[in-house]
Write a protein that binds this ligand. Structure first.
Ligand SMILES: Nc1ncnc2c1ncn2[C@@H]1O[C@H](COP(=O)(O)OP(=O)(O)OP(=O)(O)O)[C@@H](O)[C@H]1O
Ligand SMILES: [Mg+2]
Length: 141
């Protein structure tokens, strides 16, 4: 199943993510693919808002995983694998304890760095630049 949407601002991308968050039950793995500055973290910010996360979502520079408390006992596990060297490092931080677990919503920036660890039912969301303020966002299950 494939769905494509164009957003015209970071606000629209956040709104889209917030809407998407309403379908989330826990246990999902979302792989967010796209170039630098394509809107992955912006999407996570909207998602977090929809999931009642109180903390700020930032692009983790040196941290690979940020954990946030979410609604109904769920946790948002935000991975940024940009600086990951190999998949073994991911196992080292205990990523496999989170990915696909019932009460965890996993979102992964730069997921192509850890393809082997991603479950089959991963939802792929691809971000593409159209111009300064427009992005094409594709959902694929
Ligand atoms: N339609 C849009 N959707 C999302 N972000 C947009 C849009 N238009 C402009 N922007 C801007 O593009 C930038 C996206 O940055 P963001 O940190 O979300 O990208 P990223 O994909 O996470 O990059 P990185 O790979 O460096 O982590 C922000 O500065 C945001 O304001
Ligand atoms: Mg980012």
């Amino acid at each position: 199943m494939k769905k494509q949407i164009i957003t015209n601002s970071s606000r629209e991308t956040k709104e889209l993510a917030k809407k998407f968050s309403k379908k989330i039950k826990g246990g999902e793995v979302l792989a967010l693919k796209g170039d630098l500055g394509s809107g992955k973290t912006t999407f996570v910010q909207g998602l977090a808002k929809g999931l009642d996360v109180k903390e700020n979502i930032t692009s983790p520079t040196f941290v690979i995983l940020n954990l946030h408390k979410s609604k109904k006992g769920l946790q948002l596990a935000h991975f940024d694998l940009y600086r990951l060297n190999n998949e073994r490092d991911l196992e080292g931080i205990g990523a496999t304890d989170y990915l696909g677990k019932d009460k965890i919503i996993s979102v992964i920036e730069w997921p192509e760095r850890a393809k082997k660890l991603l479950p089959k039912n991963t939802i792929w969301i691809t971000f593409e630049h159209i111009d300064e303020n427009r992005r094409k966002i594709t959902f694929k299950k």
